[in-house]
Ligand binder design. Structure first.
Ligand code: AHR
Length: 495
């Protein structure tokens, strides 16, 4: 039994809705096939974007969408993706499978997609192989409202009004695929490029610098020392990339049909996100105690071996109940760090890595991860309520990790939500939650679970893992009693 206290009369910050953001790269079948089928496709579409995908993403209330990469971003030249399709030059997607990229999905198509699903655009610019001028011109092309050669070109290409471009990334993984730079070198480059990422008219850009690779604390320190400390106005966000890889990079483990040990290691590795955020935040706090710079976890999620028979460069993987646990655990961590984490973008929306949606021709399925996003959307922009508890342990082969994670918030309608994960493979865990500082008379719940640890949805059966009503929560004299089944993600709603 876990004894938990929910301090319902306290507020500890606001959970930025952008924590529930997405990432869609020109990689494998994410953009092409997954999102974009083109206006002439027999698959029902709106101006080239699949209607089934639009409907599914709208339902999730995706707040922000990062594009075009990833590694692709530092090899992408935006001018190739504007104008008539027949005039757009092709290129080789050298990072992802060496396939031909025809550039039919470009700037106009991206903004249109964002408008169709109601998400805010987050563009990642090219530092690795692009110029400062190319970056500044892209921003002007998108956002300038007056008459200028670039704004007029945008108009000629069919968009009169400037778009709102609230988020801009100055390069991606510049310690790796984005140029293999040292932090000292990148910090200088960042200052130069970011200077030209200008606000124009009413458009204010939140500039996001490439941040550390996992536990590279030196990178964070240099960025805060060399960019934030001397030039605070140049940087609003610092990214963090961390993937949950069950085994090792050259043999990561399969997405389904895995062992109990692999389940355990996956959960253990995903829990490392807590340490990463805590330690990077501590470094940021030294320079920025007022927390002006947000930590933007703009790539996270599981990374397994690709599905047998698929292109290894396409990173296509199934998605099971284990991924639902990974998503729920990460969301609880992000929610609890909402004082510093201003955005997170799961990698990636469709057909790549920990996807929300998988497609096969005209068919589409929603994954267990999709359903966790759906369940957790109640936390978007809600005020965080602090919890205190010590989790019981989940032990395997003599190694112990916490079995339960949790976070809570109250929304604008005064409805309170408590989300919990139980990663234990076999134990039901009872939680006795004392709700302090508030009278609550009504509780209901929803749950994602399944008998098999690798249960997943298929094109033939898309409801093996979905959100169901949960009746394992009850209230008595201001105390909630929750029976968390093994392998489950739960949200309880208190009114
Ligand atoms: O999400 C896949 C890749 O992972 C991205 O392109 C890159 O930024 C990261 O290494």
């Amino acid at each position: 039994m876990i004894t938990m206290t929910m301090n319902a009369d306290e507020r500890k910050g606001v959970i930025n809705k952008n924590i529930y953001g997405h990432f869609a790269e020109h990689l494998g079948r994410c953009i092409y096939e997954g999102i974009w089928v083109g206006p002439d496709s027999p698959i029902p579409n709106t101006r080239g974007v699949r209607n089934d995908v639009i409907a599914a993403l709208k339902e999730l209330a995706v707040p922000v969408l990062r594009w075009p990469g990833g590694c692709f971003a530092d090899d992408y030249h935006w001018r190739d993706g504007i104008g008539a399709y027949k005039d757009r030059p092709s290129m080789i997607n050298m990072h992802w499978g060496g396939v031909v990229e025809n550039n039919h999905f470009g700037t106009h198509e991206f903004f249109d997609l964002c408008e169709l699903i109601g998400a805010e655009p987050y563009i990642c610019g090219n530092v690795g192989s692009g110029t400062v001028q190319e970056m500044r011109d892209w921003v002007e092309y998108c956002t300038f409202s007056g008459s200028s050669p670039l704004a007029d070109e945008r108009r000629m290409n069919g968009r009169d009004k400037p778009w709102r471009l609230p988020y801009f990334g100055v390069g991606n993984e510049n310690w790796g695929c984005g140029g293999n730079m040292t932090p000292e070198y990148y910090a200088n480059e960042y200052r130069r490029y970011a200077t030209y990422v200008k606000n124009s008219g009413g458009n204010n850009i939140y500039r996001i610098a490439c941040g550390p690779n996992g536990g590279d604390y030196h990178w964070t320190d240099v960025m805060m020392r060399d960019v934030f400390a001397p030039k605070e106005k140049l940087i609003q966000g610092l990214s963090l990339h961390y993937y949950t890889v069950p085994r090792v990079w050259n043999k990561k483990g399969a997405a389904t049909g895995f062992t109990q040990d692999e389940w355990f290691d996956t959960i253990k590795k995903t829990l490392f996100m807590e340490e990463l955020i805590t330690r990077h935040s501590t470094i940021m706090d030294r320079y920025d105690p007022e927390k002006k710079v947000g930590l933007v976890v703009d790539e996270w999620g599981t990374w397994y071996d690709v599905e047998p028979g698929t292109n290894p460069g396409f990173l296509y993987q199934q998605n099971s109940l284990r991924d639902a646990l990974v998503a729920g655990i990460n969301f609880n961590i992000f929610n609890n760090h909402c004082d510093r984490v201003s955005m997170a973008n799961i990698a990636q929306t469709i057909n790549v890595l920990q996807a929300m949606i998988l497609t096969e021709g005209a068919k589409m399925l929603t994954t267990p991860t999709y359903h966790v996003f759906s369940m957790f959307k109640v936390h978007q922009n809600a005020a965080r309520i602090p919890l205190s508890f010590t989790s019981s342990e989940f032990e395997m082969n003599g190694v112990k990790i916490p079995a339960v994670t949790a976070s809570a918030s109250v929304d604008g309608g005064d409805v309170m939500h408590l989300s919990l994960t139980n990663a234990h493979l076999t134990e039901t865990i009872e939680v006795k939650c004392d709700i302090r500082g508030r009278n609550t008379s009504n509780v209901s719940g929803s749950i994602i679970t399944a008998d098999a640890m690798d249960a997943h949805n298929t094109f033939a059966k898309n409801d093996a893992v979905t959100v169901k009503t949960f009746d394992g929560v009850s209230l008595k004299n201001g105390v909630a009693f929750i029976k968390l089944p093994p392998r489950s993600v739960v949200t309880a709603e208190f009114r």
